[in-house]
Design a protein around this ligand. Structure first.
Ligand code: NAG
Ligand code: NAG
Ligand code: NAG
Ligand code: NAG
Length: 532
């Protein structure tokens, strides 16, 4: 064999090994609930498709996760002292608060109640973490597993601690944390308050002076409160490790952040190399509807249908609110679904569950009435369906502000709206061409990217596995103090030098002036004495 031939064989062999590195990786997934779990699944499916082994940590108390969900993942069970009743009670409390009680509260009351809930949430999460850390069998399985990456939604606190203990690269998938505190304070993602509106403050990126002041104060208050939010976690981590450990410090070690938003919904902002924006990760082309549903949709004739959903958390609303919605819908559907109805209600069908994506992708769908959850909004953008928002909780009002700012939606207040208002708004969204045009523009932006969000997310998870972490993408800001970060020490020095120079200048000028004056006085006195 000639040397160059041998060389090419070697190169080929090396290439094969390098390319094969990411195949058959072992992915560990931290538990998640509700829409957060739904959001993780498309990525997990793709990882399985690509030949990776996906193991999901599954607590014995969960409202949404079931081992029967899919046989494509392995499950690692752990026990938690959290009871199903307390979980459901907490959820009920949260919904009651956000839908009904919050509306009557003053701003300070609202903040206090919100903080209270975040505090409770963190404490509950720590009990789940406790179930993992204090179980020798679970920890042994985690160690033996030799996972290549841990994937987590950081709303469910604790993955950062497990990643640290197992020394496994950590990838976060999240929409946002309260006040962007994890991203900004722990992840070092810059968020200038002058043009990056905080989450939940319902502002756009164009702010008046008063709004910028409000946004600034919001971030500042979140910075102060964050320490307090996290205090129970800090205490727990410190006690467990026997040395001072803060949650934020561990969160700051995350290798990669996959943020579930994109520049069709969110406003442009400064980025870091280890933050990837993968909004619309769960979107996919529509599939055929079930037979009876397709017939119902087809019966709408020229007028088309309206899809209405309040998301995965809200199952029932008060009768009075339900009536307001139902009577408006009945009228709308009477107008937009064929001519035949004898009674109004006949045109509104209720389903326990709808194939929302397939309905939104149906050519007969004219509008989407939504609670403003990110998933639904992204599906509507993906399929180009204008929206009518009735936001209720969490980030929903904020999401609707964004879609409204792009002219692709109208928004109503859930507690205050009347049937006529709902009807008028819906007709507006359907009949005014500007809403459809705006949402089609967003849709083009959503589709026009080098990789689909799902492929992009999978790429970065594989990248993290291949490179044994992605710490090389982390900025040095993590190792700076706040005054170094803002170059306050440098400015202080420069200011001191400038002051010193100014002082010297003043002094020397004073000296010159005195000398000159002194000389002229001398000369005067000399000339005076001459004259004498
Ligand atoms: C969970 O608790 C049950 C008993 O309640 C026990 O049989 C099971 O082994 C425990 N599982 C783990 C993973 O510790
Ligand atoms: C989960 O396991 C713990 C410990 O074994 C037990 O106390 C608890 O009742 C279990 N919860 C459920 C919902 O099964
Ligand atoms: C929703 O239904 C549950 C029981 O099914 C009930 O306890 C609760 O009060 C209802 N919520 C509202 C807002 O009507
Ligand atoms: C940051 O500082 C710590 C301790 O001072 C050090 O161990 C670490 O290597 C530094 N990180 C980088 C990226 O330089």
């Amino acid at each position: 064999m000639r040397p160059c031939e041998r060389l090419s064989v070697c190169v080929l062999a090396v290439l094969c090994v390098a390319a094969g590195g990411a195949h058959g990786g072992k992915v560990l997934v931290w538990y998640a609930e509700g829409s957060h779990w739904i959001n993780l699944q498309p990525m997990l499916e793709s990882l399985v498709d690509k030949g990776h082994e996906v193991t999901v940590l599954l607590p014995n108390t969960s409202m949404y996760m079931k081992a029967s969900d899919t046989s494509r993942y392995r499950f690692l069970h752990f026990n938690t002292s959290v009871t199903k009743e307390s979980l459901e009670e907490g959820m009920e409390m949260f919904l009651r608060f956000t839908i009904y009680e919050a509306a009557d509260m003053s701003y300070p009351q609202l903040i206090a109640a919100f903080l209270d809930m975040v505090g409770i949430h963190v404490k509950v999460q720590l009990r789940y973490l406790d179930g993992v850390l204090k179980s020798e069998s679970v920890m042994a399985k985690l160690r033996e597993g030799r996972y290549d990456v841990l994937l987590a939604d950081p709303i469910f606190v604790g993955s950062e601690m497990v990643a640290e203990l197992l020394d496994v690269p950590l990838v976060f998938s999240l929409r946002f944390t309260a006040g962007h505190t994890f991203e900004r304070l722990c992840g070092q993602l810059p968020a200038p308050p002058s043009y990056v509106p905080g989450p939940l403050v319902k502002l756009t990126d164009r702010m008046t002076f008063k709004q910028r002041l409000a946004n600034f104060l919001f971030y500042a208050s979140q910075d102060l409160l964050a320490k307090w939010f996290w205090s129970s976690a800090d205490e727990y981590y410190t006690e467990y490790r026997g040395k001072p450990t803060s949650m934020c410090e561990l969160v700051g070690k995350v290798d990669l952040w996959l943020i579930r938003t994109y520049w069709d919904l969110d406003f442009p902002r400064p980025l870091l190399p280890n933050f990837k924006f993968v909004g619309g990760i769960h979107c996919r082309p529509a599939e055929a509807l079930p037979q009876d549903m397709e017939e119902f949709v087809q019966s709408s004739g020229e007028d088309g249908i309206v899809v209405f959903s309040l998301g995965s958390y809200i199952k029932n609303v008060t009768m009075e609110r339900a009536n307001v919605i139902a009577s408006a819908l009945a009228q709308v559907l009477w107008r937009y679904i064929g001519e035949k109805p004898e009674t109004l209600g006949e045109n509104t069908r209720l389903y326990d569950w709808i194939p929302q994506n397939d309905l939104l992708g149906h050519p007969k769908t004219k509008a989407f009435i939504t609670h403003g959850g990110t998933n639904g909004i992204y599906e509507a953008i993906y399929h180009g369906v204008p929206m009518l928002g009735i936001p209720m909780l969490a980030d929903q009002p904020d999401n609707m502000v964004r879609v409204e700012a792009r002219g692709a939606a109208r928004s109503l207040h859930f507690n205050a709206m009347q049937s006529q208002e709902l009807l008028d708004a819906l007709q507006d969204v359907i009949n005014q061409p500007s809403y459809k045009e705006s949402v089609m523009k967003l849709s083009r932006i959503q589709h026009d990217r080098p990789l689909s969000p799902r492929d992009e997310a999978v790429f970065w998870v594989e990248y993290t596995m291949r490179n044994k972490g992605a710490k090389h993408l982390r900025v040095q800001a993590h190792n700076l103090t706040w005054y170094q970060y803002h170059s306050l020490d440098v400015m202080l020095l420069l200011l001191s030098v400038a002051l010193l120079l100014a002082l010297l200048l003043v002094k020397s000028c004073g000296f010159c002036v005195r000398r000159c004056c002194g000389r002229s006085r001398n000369m005067k006195s000399k000339s005076k004495s001459k004259a004498e």
